[in-house]
Design a protein around this ligand. Structure first.
Ligand code: ADP
Length: 296
């Protein structure tokens, strides 16, 4: 049903009193290791909701890779497309200071070795999919090949994160392009003259995607297509940790679109999933089941 193409990382997290200067050593708290990466997060979020989900990704032949495979399988994600080897598993080294601010070093590792050839070799996964979802933590050539391999009746959903300029061929395939405020500003660059998210959505739509979604955190989201801009209200919750909320939103939206929902309806459901995800700590650990979304 849903194929996610993207990254899988081990997030290594240490609480620190303060960050070390060059040449300095500081002592931190106990290491916490979490499965992460936008691709793996999206796949787990969709599978938790009950979506029939496969992931095309690359991890290293190492302990972090096995951690990721275990977590994907525990969520019932189809992992035939998770390739192993070529480089160490991608890692995010995260220090968190007492004010909650993160400093992060990412080693893309195996994610950077997910090639267009890997995409071509995964033909059967594409044929089985109604929706294909991608992000930009794997090479842009790989995402471009994903667009070329899309079955004629399949829908493509892209969260361009981390944001960078997109080829016209990729933009034209997006239905929708999903951005948060930061990604919208970076993609629009000098064209971002307005402070109105509805204007960002219209400007992004003019660049070629069939539809655009702008997520606005606690403010919900906007959807925009040729019929105009529609506001999607958020659900009021006590936010504990917003990590991975955007990935849960995108996964839920992609799944609902694949089930035949209209864009605004799918975004409304996704907003509830995003809201549920911020009520618990962590990324994958915070993702709700369909039943939990209903009770929200
Ligand atoms: P990202 O995590 O990519 O920055 P957002 O912060 O915009 O993305 O969050 C994605 C979606 O999750 C939002 O559109 C909203 O539906 C939901 N969400 C995020 N934060 C909150 C919050 N504090 N309260 C309710 N819903 C939220």
């Amino acid at each position: 049903d849903l194929l996610v193409v993207g990254s899988a990382n081990a997030d290594l997290v240490i609480d620190v009193e303060r960050r070390p200067a060059a040449g300095e050593t500081v002592l931190g708290g106990d290491l916490a290791v979490h499965p992460g990466g936008k691709g793996a997060n999206q796949a787990v979020a969709a599978a938790r909701l009950g979506a029939d989900t496969a992931l095309l990704a690359r991890v290293g032949d190492d302990g972090h890779g096995r951690l990721l495979l275990d977590s994907l399988r525990a969520a019932d994600v189809d992992t035939v497309g998770v390739l192993v080897g070529g480089a160490p598993t991608g890692v995010a080294l995260i220090t968190v200071d007492p004010s909650g601010d993160n400093s992060i070093v990412v080693s893309p590792g195996a994610n950077a070795r997910l090639t267009p050839g890997d995409v071509r070799a995964a033909g059967s996964l594409f044929h089985a999919s109604r929706v294909v979802s991608a992000q930009l933590e794997v090479p842009l050539e790989t995402v471009t090949e994903v667009v070329r391999q899309l079955p004629p009746d399949a829908r493509f959903v892209l969260n361009p994160s981390p944001p960078r300029p997109l080829p016209a061929e990729v933009l034209a395939a997006c239905d929708p392009l999903i951005v948060n405020e930061h990604e919208a500003r970076v993609l629009l660059g000098d064209a971002c003259v307005s402070e109105e998210p509805a204007d960002w959505a219209r400007l992004l739509l003019a660049r070629g995607p069939r539809s655009v979604v702008v997520t606005l955190g606690a403010q919900g989201a906007l959807v925009c297509d040729s019929s105009g801009v529609t506001r999607v209200p958020s659900v009021k919750v006590d936010a504990v940790d917003t990590t991975g909320a955007g990935d849960a939103f995108t996964a839920a939206l992609a799944w609902r679109l694949g089930s035949g929902a209209a864009l605004a309806e799918a975004a409304g459901y996704a907003a509830r999933v995003g809201a549920a995800a911020v009520t618990r700590r962590g990324a994958q650990e915070s993702y709700p089941t369909a039943r939990e979304v209903e009770s929200l």
